[in-house]
Design a protein around this ligand. Structure first.
Ligand code: F6P
Length: 346
């Protein structure tokens, strides 16, 4: 059997660990040949297939990024971008030329959606969930998320000391276009006073009131906002926008002493070495993906449910996002601690 691995979409810590894990598990089982496809689905269009073996992946468990490279715009069914041409035949020809029997696609929602389309064309596919946003359906944890949360929590801790020194209001913008998991968990772990998520619209006036109250009590206030957050009248039009606009809006309401500042964490959340948790999770996912290949249980994505690895049909995952629900335990815990979390508009 010839198995090819690709990593699609935005990168995240733990991708190398999963490539390593799939390669080692398949080699250990004597499953046949393993290859890597470079730059995600672009590599299928451009015929960028490279051999993988245990020697090629040893020593990678703690290395960030992906040795195969990635691409978040190369969709063979719409190349380049919406309205683009369907080039899937070119990708299929590449699979055939290299006699690739199974494709292991490691990625987020976009990658799973493309993988599912290939599955419908008859390509045996196994998916592995990757996204720092942690928003893939039917999967409680994707690797990369824990590493991103650690960066957010660390940044909030650093902002706290300077906010305290200056008696300031600090706004930290995290990633999370549709789902607020990073802002929620990072915000709680980092001791933010308010957390604003894409899931619930929020009033600037309510935020300003809380900041004022916290400044009265502790001398400063820290707001953690997800990039896709909806704050009244402020358009969350891309990274660096909502956090900056929020800082300005708070400045107008709080007066000169609060002197708000804004920090955009951006791609720092995706870079660097994976946490030990993510290394272990990526290893488990990789082994489970290899197991699905060996069992010939195709067109499924590996997922974590109730702390165990399971397989869910790709069709159930493609095209949807797992958002923070109203009854999320951490969300409720944050509210019960007096944090302002996504206050619904009145
Ligand atoms: O992986 C998703 C994500 O983390 C989003 O939260 C963010 O908007 C996006 O990546 C940014 O990715 P890029 O700048 O690589 O397009």
């Amino acid at each position: 059997m010839h198995v090819a691995i690709l990593t699609g979409g935005g990168d995240c810590p733990g991708l190398n660990a999963v490539i390593r894990s799939v390669t080692l598990a398949l080699s250990q089982a004597g499953a046949g040949k393993v290859s890597g496809v470079r730059q995600g689905f672009l590599g299928l269009l451009e015929d960028r297939v490279v051999p993988l073996d245990p020697a090629a992946v040893r020593g990678l468990i703690n290395v960030g990024g992906t040795l195969l490279g990635s691409h978040n715009k190369a969709d063979p069914f719409a190349y380049f971008g919406a309205g683009g041409a369907d080039c899937s035949a070119r990708a299929l020809a590449c699979l055939e030329r290299h006699q690739i029997d199974v494709l292991v696609a490691v990625g987020g929602d976009g990658t799973m959606t493309i993988a599912e389309k290939f599955a419908r064309l008859g390509v045996p596919v196994v998916g592995v969930p990757k996204t720092i946003d942690n928003d893939l359906m039917h999967n409680e944890r994707s690797f990369g998320f824990d590493s991103a949360v650690a960066v957010v929590a660390d940044a909030l801790g650093r902002l706290e000391t300077t906010a305290r020194s200056h008696g300031r209001v600090m706004v930290l913008e995290t990633m999370g276009r549709h789902a607020g998991w990073i802002a929620l968990e990072g915000g709680v772990a980092g001791g933010a006073d308010a957390i604003v998520l894409p899931e619930w619209p929020c009033h600037v006036d309510a935020l300003a009131a809380l900041c004022e109250q916290r400044r009265a009590e502790q001398g400063y206030a820290i707001v953690c906002v997800a990039e896709g957050a909806q704050v009244d009248g402020l358009d969350p039009d891309g990274p660096g926008n909502i956090g900056q606009r929020l800082m300005q809006a708070l400045g107008q309401r709080l007066g000169p002493e609060a002197d708000p500042r804004f920090t955009l964490l951006g791609h720092l959340q995706r870079g660097g070495s994976p946490t030990a948790f993510d290394r272990a999770l990526a290893t488990r996912f990789g082994v489970q993906a290899a197991e699905l290949v060996l069992q010939r249980r195709f067109n499924h994505m590996v997922a974590l449910q109730q702390a165990r690895c399971v397989a869910v049909p790709l069709g159930d995952v493609a095209g949807c996002s797992r958002l923070v629900p109203q009854d999320d335990e951490l969300l409720l815990a944050a509210r019960r601690q007096g944090l302002l979390v996504g206050v619904a508009q009145g």
